[in-house]
Structure formats: C-alpha cells, structure tokens
Design a protein around this ligand. Structure first.
Ligand code: SF4
Ligand code: SF4
Length: 363
C-alpha cells in the first residue's frame, strides 16, 4: 500500500462495519437507557429476545480467565480495569492456589488467560505459570509490552518463552503518536523494543510454537475497522518500519465502562457511542460471545461471566441458581453449562458490528 498516505488508522463513520440489514431491527433508533445488569430484562436482553436468542446461556467452560490484580505500570485512557501504579489489589497466593486446584478438578479447561493490570507484576505470576504448565494447560499472558522494562522483569521474556506462554500484547497503532495518546509518553518506543526482543526469542516467527498476537482497540468513540484488513496493514507496516513479525491481530471494541465511559461522558460522547453500539447490534455474534465458554476469576476469588462484568461487580449469572459466587463455591465447572449469563447494557459492546471478545472480532 502507499504507506505514508494510509498509515493513520481510520476514524470510521458510524455506519462501518455494519451488521446485515436484517440485524438492525428495532434496536436502531432506540435510545440507550438501560442501567445495571439483568438475566431477564433490559435493552440487551430485549435485543436478544427480538432475535430469538434469549436467554443467553453458557456452554461448557473451556477458558478460565484469571484477573490477578489491578496494579499496572501504565494507566491507559481506555482501561476498563482502571488499572494503574497506585492500585493495590493483587491476587494473593491463597487464591492462586485455589485457581490451580480448580484446574486440577476440571481437565476440560483448556486455556488459562492471565490478565490484570499487568499480570506479570503480581508476585505470584511465575508460580502460577509453572503450576498451570505442570497441568499441561495453555496459557495466555495479556502483556502490555512495556512491563518487560520494569525493574525485576529483565528475564521476563525468557521466562515466558521457556514456558511457551502465548503472548497477547496491546498495540493500538503502529505509529508513535497514536499509541502514546492512549498509553502515555514513551509507551511506543518500549513496545517496539519489547516486540523486537520477543521476535529474537522466536515469538511470532513463522512455524514457531511461541505465539505472539497483537491487540488493536480504537483510539476514540468508534468501532474497530475490519480485522483482516487491519491485520494486513499492521503486518506490512511493522515489518517495513521495524522488522517486527507477529501471528495475528485481534480487534477489540472499547467497552463503555470505567475510564472509557468517563472519557465519553467528559467529552459529551457517551450517548452517541451507546447509540452506535446499539444500532450495530449483530445477532450473528451472539453464539460466539466469550461469556458462553469463559469463566472470569477476580483477584479476590469472586466469579463473573467476563472481565467486564467483574469490573462492574456483576455477579456470575449462575450464582442465582447454583449459589456459586466465589472460587471456593465451585468444584465441577460442568454445573455452569446451561446457566444464564448476567448481561447489561455494556454487552452491546461485544455484539456491535463484527463483534468483540478477548480473542478479537467474532464474525
Ligand atoms: S489497558 Fe492494560 S496496560 Fe493499560 S492500564 Fe489497563 S491494564 Fe494497564
Ligand atoms: S460484556 Fe460481553 S462477554 Fe461480558 S457478559 Fe456481556 S456479552 Fe458476555
């Protein structure tokens, strides 16, 4: 492509990427008014009902997403965790041990997705990684890249490689200005240096077992562009500018909660953004929603249907039928299959356009 002319990530018009015309239905023009969460009511549940998709129920749990705490070396503008250097919430060893026990009891859980904050800064992170690998489960580390340059993290990249940890790393653009607008001064240079270091270790190289994926999320109140086209841009530009390689790009929609919701509110864009998400409700994304196959564990052991619900203190939908509120209330995760997911207005962030999940676009 003509590189310089097309480098800037597009600020998409509200209609792109659009759902099939039939998907828009009466959700279009509906003003956003839902608050809180629900397993039966609210605008999101109504949208599901209108498409014959209600209630939203769980399939088998195949991923345990463990949020080990809110401490982070960064404080990004869009962060749904409101993580930062001043946060003190950290998963203690006692909870980490219970996570391992739950994995032992549930061989059907294939992937453990470690998130935060910066998960690597939790003092129990490496212990947890070793235990999970002992159980032969795959591990995802949601890495902000700059953490590789924090004190005490000098050997982190080698540790992750030695344990074949799949790295999913945030990089909202391949241009410094855009990255630093969202993630703070100095973030771009460190991110590029971290990616080069990971490449040297074999991460992201063709044929390597060391998986390296990048995450794009929009720099403003718009939906991500089509994932495949953006991935092609990223691959071309990161290779051309820095010689960096990676496996795939995951596009994730900004959730209208916490820091991003505050930003939208401050700039008078909250209602328009919610309208955008609601108007682009795409029923084809619903069967693939991550909350159907993922269980989210908080730093203190509470259980949730996803990390977003966790940050909103929305209890696991299944808690009303199974009584399972914390990691100590569960033994077999099979008990969750068929249980309802607790949804709320923020769920429109997962179903807009091509859909969004921790694994990127859904359709
Ligand atoms: S988005 Fe990630 S790197 Fe940024 S503050 Fe939140 S947890 Fe930290
Ligand atoms: S926010 Fe997304 S993943 Fe979480 S419960 Fe709602 S639809 Fe599911």
């Amino acid at each position: 492509m003509g590189a310089a002319a097309t480098l800037h990530l597009p600020v998409l018009p509200l209609a792109q990427p659009g759902p099939p015309a039939s998907a828009k239905g009466s959700a279009v023009r509906r003003s956003f008014s839902e608050g809180g969460s629900s397993t039966s009511g609210g605008e999101f549940a109504k949208a599901l009902r209108e498409h014959g998709l209600a209630p939203l129920v769980r399939a088998r749990v195949t991923t345990l997403q463990v949020n080990v705490g809110k401490f982070c070396n960064m404080a990004c503008h869009h962060c749904h965790v409101e993580a930062g250097p001043k946060r003190t919430e950290m998963m203690p060893r006692q909870v980490a041990e219970r996570v391992v026990t739950l994995l032992e009891q549930n061989p059907g859980v294939e992937i453990v997705d470690l998130t935060g904050g910066a998960p690597e800064l939790n003092p129990n992170f490496r212990w947890l990684v070793r235990q999970i690998r002992r159980l032969d489960r795959r591990i995802i580390d949601r890495c902000n890249l700059t953490v590789l340059f924090e004190p005490g993290m000098e050997d982190l990249a080698e540790f992750l490689a030695a344990h074949e940890v799949h790295i999913v790393a945030s990089l909202p653009c391949y241009q410094a200005e855009n990255v630093e607008k969202q993630r703070g001064r100095g973030a771009f240079e460190k991110s590029i240096a971290a990616l080069k270091r990971l490449n040297v270790l074999g991460y992201g190289q063709p044929g390597s077992a060391l998986e390296l994926d990048l995450v794009y999320n929009p720099l403003g109140a718009f939906l991500p562009p089509p994932q495949a086209a953006l991935e092609a841009n990223y691959k071309e530009e990161l290779a051309r500018l820095f010689g960096i390689e990676f496996r795939q790009l995951l596009t994730i929609t900004n959730m209208p909660i916490k820091r991003f919701a505050d930003f939208l509110e401050r700039t008078g864009k909250l209602e328009a953004y919610m309208g955008l998400l609601v108007n682009h409700f795409n029923p084809a994304t619903v069967p693939e929603l991550m909350c159907r196959s993922l269980l989210s564990v908080a730093w203190n052991g509470t259980l949730h249907d996803c990390d977003f619900n966790q940050m909103l203190d929305i209890a696991l939908g299944a808690s009303s039928t199974t009584g399972a509120r914390t990691i100590w209330d569960m033994t077999s995760l099979e008990a969750l299959t068929g249980c309802r997911v607790a949804t709320g207005s923020h769920c429109f962030g997962c179903t807009a356009g091509a859909g969004s999940s921790c694994g990127g676009a859904l359709r």
